[in-house]
Design a protein around this ligand. Structure first.
Ligand code: ZN
Ligand code: ZN
Length: 173
């Protein structure tokens, strides 16, 4: 769904749409699959800005930072974004101090809500998503998924607590 600023009525626009979001890429160049994305909210404008308030829900599948297995993170994010209209000719415009975060948009421009939604997903996802708190990750030496059992290389689970180490019985003992 695309909002054309010039077409926006004074009373604003109600938003209640499912969004088809293609796979996104994380900063670490990992693929993030998105399912069931839905955006609800509204858009309204003044002579100086466009404001979009919304609530985005979806399920995002991300790779675990420890074991690399994909798992789903529920996303439910409420946001308010304000886009100031850039003045033609590139003249500096005065921005009130509390508006320093604002993005800019042409007054006759358009806003793709899929891009807005994608950005909100990036903001919501943890930097290092972990599939579960007890995830043991991969052995740094042989690469075995230590959630499936201890590996044979003897390096043991990285960063595992004493409790975890004690709970692993040596094979054949
Ligand atoms: Zn994991
Ligand atoms: Zn190993």
């Amino acid at each position: 769904m695309i909002i054309r600023v010039a077409d926006l009525e004074p009373e604003g626009l109600q938003i209640d749409v499912p969004l088809a979001l293609g796979p996104l890429r994380s900063d670490a160049d990992e693929i993030i699959r998105v399912e069931d994305a839905h955006l609800r909210g509204d858009a309204r404008r003044s002579s100086r800005w466009l404001e979009v308030r919304g609530r985005l829900t979806c399920k995002a599948e991300v790779p675990c930072a420890r074991c690399l297995a994909g798992f789903q993170v529920p996303v439910d994010r409420t946001f308010t974004l304000r886009y100031a209209f850039a003045t033609p000719g590139g003249k500096d415009i005065e921005i009130a101090e509390e508006e320093l975060d604002v993005d800019f948009l042409e007054a006759d421009g358009e806003l793709d809500l899929r891009l807005v939604a994608s950005e909100q997903i990036y903001l919501e996802l943890p930097m290092k998503p972990v599939c579960r708190p007890s995830c043991r990750g991969l052995c740094p030496v042989c690469g075995q998924d230590l959630n499936l059992g201890a590996c044979d290389c003897g390096a043991g689970p990285p960063g595992a607590s004493d409790h975890v180490l004690r709970s692993i019985e040596p094979e054949g003992a």
